[in-house]
Design a protein around this ligand. Sequence first.
Ligand code: SAM
Length: 281
Amino acid sequence: MLTFAEAIHDGFGQTFRVDRLVHYEKTEHQELVVFDNACFGRVLALDGIVQLTQHDHHVYHEMIAHVPVLAHGAVRDVLVIGGGDGGVLREVLRHEALRATLVEIDARVIETARAHLPFVGADAFDHPRAEIVIGDGLAYVRDTERRFDVIVVDSTDPVGPAAALFGESFYRDCARRLTPGGVLVTQAGVPFFQGAQVAQAHRLRARLFAHATVYLAAVPTYTGGPIALGFASDADLVPGDLPLLRERFAAARLETRYYAPDVHVGAFALPPEVRTLLQGA
Ligand code: SAM
């Protein structure tokens, strides 16, 4: 029996049965694997770490995309850093008034997602309101003259090319590239296992933005309890005005499986141990 054992936490890991190996390659940047599993459907892993599965990716993609867009309320331009599977791109483009730019370092992730994960990004890569840039997100935010209302950092964990996407100079550049009242959202990590990483990146964002926190979402294959998503803005948008979010959600005519305005507000309610983690940061 072929298995995939995730190598992310010291002393604990989840193991999947590989019912069918769909794709394997070493790209210029990372090891890329796609396989099928009876519980989770199709699975994408990079460098031994699960990035998404067919059956639970909607939780992450809906929460990382709709929370900042609906919290802001008047988004025209979104920048997605990473996100080569297309899931964030597809969700943000469901908001009809906005354009999205995706900057992914590894073209092979996009090509593989197009070929083997069509249920994630669907046709988002070819959408007329989407622009795809192959390059390093760090360099892009440093060099671009453009401004964005929302920046979503949908990165891998802070090893390899993604390490700098958790660093001070990257967050500083993101802050400079946001329009007034713009929102930065980041994949921060699972507090139970990655508390130090969540706290350290939060500390950096809190120095640069008037308001910084994290919100939580329960993604079954990001094991160890909810994953934290970093949320930072100079506008005070947390936890959100529920009647206003309901209005915006209805106006956007979104059909979602996990995101809902009350889930949005509730996601900012942090257990004391997570609040302590942020306060100690
Ligand atoms: N949701 C996923 C997770 O946290 O498990 C992340 C998925 S997405 C596939 C992450 C993407 O970030 C990868 O395709 C990777 O190539 C890309 N990436 C890593 N470092 C990057 C960088 N410096 N600039 C742009 N993209 C980067």
